[in-house]
Design a binder for this molecule. Sequence first.
Ligand code: KG4
Ligand code: ZN
Length: 338
Amino acid sequence: MENENIILSIETSCDETAASIIRNGSEIISNVVSSQIASQTRFGGVVPEIASRHHVEQITLVIEKALKDAKMEPQDLDAVAVTEGPGLVGALLIGVNAAKAFAFANGLPIIGVHHIAGHIYANALVQKMEFPLLALVVSGGHTELVLMKDHGHFEVIGETRDDAAGEAYDKVARVLNLPYPGGPHIDRLAHEASEGVEFPRAWLDDSYDFSFSGLKSAVINYKHNMDQRGETIIPEQVAKGFQDSVVEVLTTKTLRAAREFQVKQVIAAGGVSANKGLRSSLEKAFEKEGIPFYVPPLNLCTDNAAMIGAAGSFMYAAGKRGNLSMNGNPGMELKSWV
Ligand code: KG4
Ligand code: ZN
């Protein structure tokens, strides 16, 4: 499918206030992210009320900067794309309302994008997507295997039954007294140990579903038992044991699904796909298998608006349009747009 358009995109579903300008679904003209990680770190996680306030303060500045960096005016644009859901309702509302106001003021159509479709389409900014395609989506709120037979076609073939992978990373990081968000810290520590503590793997038989709460409890129990015995844990070894378990399960299930559905391309998406251990494990597995595997650069793995613009651009080309009654949809389901 050809798409020729210029999209302003906005993302505010969690703790990044972001705006971007994307050409033809594949080229980043500008990409602005205002992170609140520094303020969230003080509270050990995202506090919805604080996130919303930060979005209110930043949103206009971020949109203006995206236009300025791109040296563009509103009349250069074809549409405004915005994350409609899922996410924190108060956070989503700020992006959606900013998008509606901008679209109304400038006579532009508005397109509501699913956050996970955005994470998957981050890959369209790096290379052409080939179908059938399998996407492993691993973020703070999601762990899903999504099969795509074409642009805009999504079939969730497996998902987490409890915690998301990123959530497990953040909780285990707390046990190890590491700052929020914990993923990058665990990743770093894991690479500093040669041996890891042995933790269980949740295979869930033949299913493509995932479960990380048992692993999380195993880490908590291990720390508790060590404390009771008056022994000190070695954080690097705990981090490595935990990461090895997560990475092995994610890699094995992704490989099995790629074989079963005979996909032409495998991609990883979402904040946890920034994980060095996971990236190298998937790269090795798919190189051996002979299936092309891609993962976007780090700044496009974590939340950003460029990915929302990429998905929005393909939706625009497919004729999708929202309207000004759009609202933030915190529990939005990933639905095909074709
Ligand atoms: O996609 P994202 O930025 O936001 C959501 O949509 O949730 O993902 C954030 C999650 C956090 O849980 C964070 O700890 C995790 O991604 N993360 C990582 C790494 N970098 C970020 N997890 C493991 N290893 C990393 N290097
Ligand atoms: Zn995300």
